[in-house]
Design a protein around this ligand. Structure first.
Ligand SMILES: [Zn+2]
Ligand SMILES: [Zn+2]
Length: 348
């Protein structure tokens, strides 16, 4: 089969590799669409602690089962169209047994420590089936749209933790696919002012349809000041940093109301993850800072329900490229020309 193989930092080769075998208790899936995730852009550019070269990354996958191991626990059959929840949990660690499986201590993720979906086929191991990680794609939903469920799951999880609620003002910094989904979910949860900010004007102009009420070019405008104005001087209830940068963290604290919540959603370049924060602001204003990583199986299913019910604007997928053009996709994302890029392993 053909695969996009990462061979070093910012190096990748589209080449022939052996097709994986179908595990006796797992599945072999023909990958029809795989999302180019912001974390894939980061992994490609800077490397990743769990990714060892040569590596096939990609965790936002959907496709068709072409081989079903006779002992697979889901009763899956050849021909089933599925979306794959990439979080493979152990089910037995402290977190798994305390309703926090998103934080499983033994988590495996496709594209990190097991081969991912930047390939024409991907093997799903037995442990990737047995906890219900494989979900059927409802009729009428395209492969290259369903993959947004994975992003949506992490957005849903983080807004649950942030307790976004009716009538709130939410600031979303970064208007990539995650920022756009945050706006949509904030709106669904009843936020009434949704301020979307980006340093990239071109991209900001592309995102007006996703639920935002205010749009701020933070390369030119003072976001803290605007948020204060919009909220009558009080500050936002929550700020979500959906960008792989520490730069918005301190201004994010400054634009919160007392007892406001800051979400560090975007992961950071592992070589420079340090953030400089005014701890007195946190102290006196009783601010809350929350990380966001991963999601529960329930969040994944909620994402699937929302997409199926037409509650999510799937136009966040702006580019569909053949897998061989992955690097071009990375550039489109880095330049802010694309919102979501989906790669198609079977298109030339
Ligand atoms: Zn992702
Ligand atoms: Zn676990």
């Amino acid at each position: 089969m053909k695969a996009m193989v990462l061979t070093g930092k910012a190096q990748a080769e589209y080449r022939e590799v052996p097709t994986p075998e179908c595990p006796v208790d797992g599945l072999l899936v023909k990958i029809e669409a795989v999302g180019l995730c912001g974390s894939d852009v980061r992994t490609f550019t800077y490397g990743h602690s769990k990714v060892k070269y040569p590596a096939i990354i990609g965790h936002e996958t959907a496709g068709t089962i072409v081989e079903a191991g006779p002992e697979n626990k889901g009763g899956w059959k050849v021909g089933d169209n599925v979306i794959i929840n990439p979080a493979i949990i152990c089910g037995t660690c402290y977190y798994c047994t305390h309703n926090l499986s998103a934080l499983c201590e033994n988590m495996h993720v496709y594209g990190n420590d097991i081969p991912g979906g930047y390939a024409q086929y991907m093997a799903v191991p037995g442990v990737g089936v047995e906890h219900g990680q494989i979900l059927r794609i409802p009729e009428g939903i395209a492969f290259d749209e369903i993959i947004i469920v994975e992003l949506l799951a992490s957005v849903i999880a983080s807004q649950e933790n942030l307790r976004i609620s009716l009538g709130e003002t939410v600031v979303i910094i970064g208007t990539g696919p995650i920022g756009c989904l945050h706006a949509q979910i904030a709106k669904l949860r009843g936020a009434t002012k949704i301020i979307m900010a980006d340093l990239n004007r071109e991209r900001l102009d592309m995102v007006h349809q996703f639920g935002g009420t205010h749009f701020v070019d933070s390369s030119k405008e003072d976001l803290v000041k605007i948020v204060r104005e919009v909220t009558g001087g009080r500050g936002a209830d929550a700020v979500i940093v959906a960008a792989p940068s520490t730069q918005p963290h301190q201004p994010g604290l400054e634009m919160l109301r007392k007892e406001g919540r800051l979400c560090v959603f975007g992961g950071l370049n592992k070589e420079n993850p340090w953030s400089n924060l005014d701890a007195n602001l946190i102290h006196y204003n009783r601010l809350e800072i929350r990380g966001a990583y991963s999601y529960s199986f329930a969040n994944f299913q909620q994402g699937l329900e929302l997409v199926t019910a037409g509650k999510i604007d799937k136009d966040i997928v702006t580019h569909r490229l053949p897998l061989k053009d992955m690097v071009e996709g990375v550039h489109l994302v880095q330049q802010g020309k694309a919102i979501k890029v989906v790669l198609k392993p079977w298109e030339e």
